[in-house]
Design a protein around this ligand. Sequence first.
Ligand code: MN
Length: 256
Amino acid sequence: MSSRPLILVTNDDGYYSRGLTALAEALEAVGDVAVVAPDREQSGVARMISLGRPLRARPRGPSRWTVDGSPTDCVYLAIHNLLPRPPALVVSGINRGPNLADDVTYSGTVAGAMEAALLGLPAFAISLDGHSPFEFEPAAAFGVRVARLMLSRSWAPRTMLNVNVPDTKGAPVERFVWARGGRRDYGHIVTERLDPRGRTYYWLGGNRLDYEPVEGSDCDAVAAGVAAITPLDLDLTHHALLAELRDVDLPGPEKS
Ligand code: MN
């Protein structure tokens, strides 16, 4: 058995995305790579987990599987069943497009890393703020550096890193900052149209995403051509608000 660390790779763009291939190939320099990824695009599925239907995993080669489910399904299934030993690190990406600020709440890519973090494993998500045709190699090389760091020290439980890489047009990623999550502006666009049968349908979101400037944020960094690494805490409790609410009672029940 290999003494190299086992690294699990997943994503939400699907097994056949070039971002995943570039990442998996680059991580071979760090450890033994296993890939368990969705068999089709799952972008925007966030933390969806399949509890009410069977899942199928299809071998695609040595240490390679596709699963007809979400990134969360993939990581859960990989760690609890498919892999011969627990991975030392779980990496999700490289996503086509950034996962900045509030994107982390929608992203299937980030969700894959979250599942690993909840299972007690070091994990990071990595996304490329590029445009087609995406050049993933610089981001993959940056991911190798993050992987080496993650394997070299211990991390607080239930935490993960969210990595966003700017489009360097193929040049190496030279600058990075530790950043806080910023604030996205999604434009709140709903397009309402009629389908060919005359029924109304809605299409959420537009083409352009913006952001509000927030000092030290991931959005600001990537817009300036600097990679951003944001530590995320999966404890979603707002502890200050909890303390503030401790003695607050609810209004009494209505008298009927
Ligand atoms: Mn995606």
